[in-house]
Design a protein around this ligand. Structure first.
Ligand code: LMR
Length: 341
């Protein structure tokens, strides 16, 4: 983990310089009763997306419950930093809260790779069952020792492909450069359909499509619509082949240093917002799809069952490739949730 090593070196130097001033920035510090508790919460998507709306709601509820004591600063649309940097910044206590795609924790845990297995979850209801079950609850705690205390999962939605040419069959993807999130499962998925995967930050996707640096991408309707990918991408295919959802996490040292009433109150608010977010996410994505259709700027292809089967078959080997990494217990629990009606 090159970034960690670099950041550590930087941090050590900073701490040496700061030692005589009595502190190291790596320690998020213990707020006293007079301190305003500032919670910096950057994310990369637009305010109208499920995550964007939930972050704003968290800010509103937290500040209303703790007036003058808690100040939540939400930075949408990668205004403050991209997701990779936010993972790092949270671990170092430079920001206090994140809601980053599960796919992007790939270098910290293999357990979340289950969420990227193509065509595992047929819909958001199946993901919800899995996350609420015992294995899902355990996954929430997976990264606590790594500096990421999971407070909840937030859904975005199911993913679909978009490209410069119509993608009806996996053969249509042959040789295309696909932007993917930073996940080895997604890399294998694109390779399985003959594409050339490019890991890239979300904030760079629009321009990369516009300049032709990439030909194709996968995302949810709410991200595709709110980031205007349809302006630079003429074809989308309804595939529902994967899931985008988030780990809402805080730095454990920061969180445990909060006064008890604030910590408990904020946890209640996160739980309330998580319920709300997860209940809204399907409708927000449906609305984005409707707006995409209304824009008449792009063609949205629907596939027959037979055509969808060809995509499923092409990516099926990815499951075997990552089964050992993820672990059979997790995969079985997810499959169980996926097949219950
Ligand atoms: C992506 O990078 O495509 C997503 O993780 C963006 C997001 O936060 O939904």
């Amino acid at each position: 983990m090159i970034w960690t090593v670099n950041r550590l070196a930087h941090k050590v130097l900073t701490c040496v310089a700061a030692a005589c001033l009595g502190g190291c920035g790596g320690d998020p510090g213990t707020p006293t009763t007079h301190d305003v508790i500032v919670i910096k919460f950057p994310h990369v998507v637009a305010p109208g997306t499920p995550k964007g709306q939930a972050a704003a709601r968290f800010e509103e509820l937290a500040e209303a419950r703790f007036p003058g004591r808690v100040d939540v600063e939400v930075y949408p649309s990668a205004q403050l930093m991209n997701d990779d940097d936010s993972i790092e910044a949270l671990a170092f206590g430079e920001i206090q809260m994140i809601a980053v795609s599960l796919s992007k924790f790939d270098r910290l845990t293999h357990a979340f790779q289950v969420f990227d297995l193509p065509f595992l979850f047929p819909d958001i209801a199946a993901v919800e069952r899995f996350q609420r079950g015992p294995t899902g609850r355990q996954l929430l705690a997976t990264l606590a020792d790594e500096g990421f205390l999971g407070l909840g999962f937030w859904h975005n939605g199911m993913k679909h492909f978009g490209a410069g040419n119509p993608l009806r069959s996996p053969q249509d993807a042959d040789g295309l450069k696909f932007r993917i999130m930073e996940s080895d499962v997604l890399q294998a998925q694109i390779e399985a359909i003959g594409g050339n995967p490019q890991k890239m930050a979300y904030g760079e996707v629009y321009q990369a499509l516009q300049t032709g640096a990439i030909d194709a991408q996968e995302n949810t309707w709410s991200n595709i619509y709110s980031s205007k990918f349809y302006e630079v991408q003429p074809y989308f295919t309804v595939t529902n082949h994967g899931y985008v959802g988030y780990l809402v996490a805080v730095n454990p040292s920061f969180w445990n240093s909060l006064p008890d009433d604030v910590r408990t109150g904020l946890e209640e608010i996160v739980a309330e917002v998580s319920e709300w977010e997860n209940a809204q996410s399907i409708a927000i994505n449906e609305q984005s799809l409707a707006r995409l259709r209304d824009s008449e700027r792009t063609t949205i292809l629907e596939l027959s069952d037979e055509e969808l089967t060809a995509w499923r078959t092409a990516v099926a080997p990815v499951w075997d490739e990552f089964a050992d990494n993820i672990g059979s217990e997790i995969i079985e629990a997810a499959r169980g949730a996926a097949t219950v009606d």
